[in-house]
Design a protein around this ligand. Sequence first.
Ligand code: MRU
Length: 355
Amino acid sequence: MPIETLKWVGGTTGRLELIDQRRLPGRLEKLSCQTPVQLFEAIRTLAVRGAPAIGVSAAYGVCLAVGVLADTAPAAEAMETVGKTCDYLASSRPTAVNLSWALQRMHGTAKTLLSKDPSLTIGALKRVLLDEADAMCAQDRRACEAIGQNGAHLIPDGGAVLTHCNAGALATAGIGTALAPMYVAYRQGRRFCVYADETRPLLQGARLTAWELTQAGIETVLICDSMAATLMQQGRIGAVITGADRIAANGDSANKVGTLGLSILARHYGIPFYIAAPLSTFDLSIADGRGIPIEERSGDEICSLNGLLAAPETVGVYNPAFDITPAGHITAIITERGLIYSPGRENIASAMGGV
Ligand code: MRU
């Protein structure tokens, strides 16, 4: 059964239903968001997470905000709500550019519409904003499928790939980014094993990637993050594929902390290292990885395990949620438009042409 990470239910006054990823793999529960505040909390606490999934969810968050306004009032009166909601939701997490990309698109759509027709009502604006969020959701689903098709040949038949964090269906509106080539290769009849890094501190690899891959029947072996080097040394890994949260103009890529280390290991052992991401994850306004904002999360995520203390309460803790893999470590970026080998300023700009 396909995984429906996020779903808008109802018309312009509807709600956003999310799989509550904090409960997986133990419980498959839905979380209903009826207000932007509820959605902000869902994003902040990682009930919904993964760059494309938070982008599409935030787009629906704008629909939640305008949904409560009176239909007959002039649309101009809704613009303050639209602007404030976009700023508010954009501040929920800093690293994944898909979030601000989606919100800018929603804000831009509202502004353009109003400038074309100043007599527009809020009722009409609501309809257009919901259509735009639906379009982004459908675009992400198509991008995931195309990434899968473009990357499937990289999955070694009878071999193994390694992935980090969760860049699967749970992180998108479709079949994922890093996991998409695996799903498509599996559909095509290829058989392989996926090593999933558990991904400390929040265990997205263990809780989410291992859950969705095993649901799909794909052979999955869970490892602690510290075991990846051993597997590579033993010659067991044919390729590493991860997702990304933001890719700078020169190809430097932010992804879940630990990705940088994997890229260094892959280089050392001569293993191809791929990033899979839709074009909405590229941020050409940032020259290189040094400009990418890295989210720092609470030390409690490291110091407690299932509510039990895992470290002395007084210890200092540093908890950056993402790191930057230099473009030079990346064999290719798998996008919906094809593969960008040896990513750099020029080939990225030309791949992005027309976006
Ligand atoms: O903190 P998370 O779980 O949102 O981190 C997610 C990742 O790092 C993913 O690899 C990335 O967002 C790509 S998702 C297709």
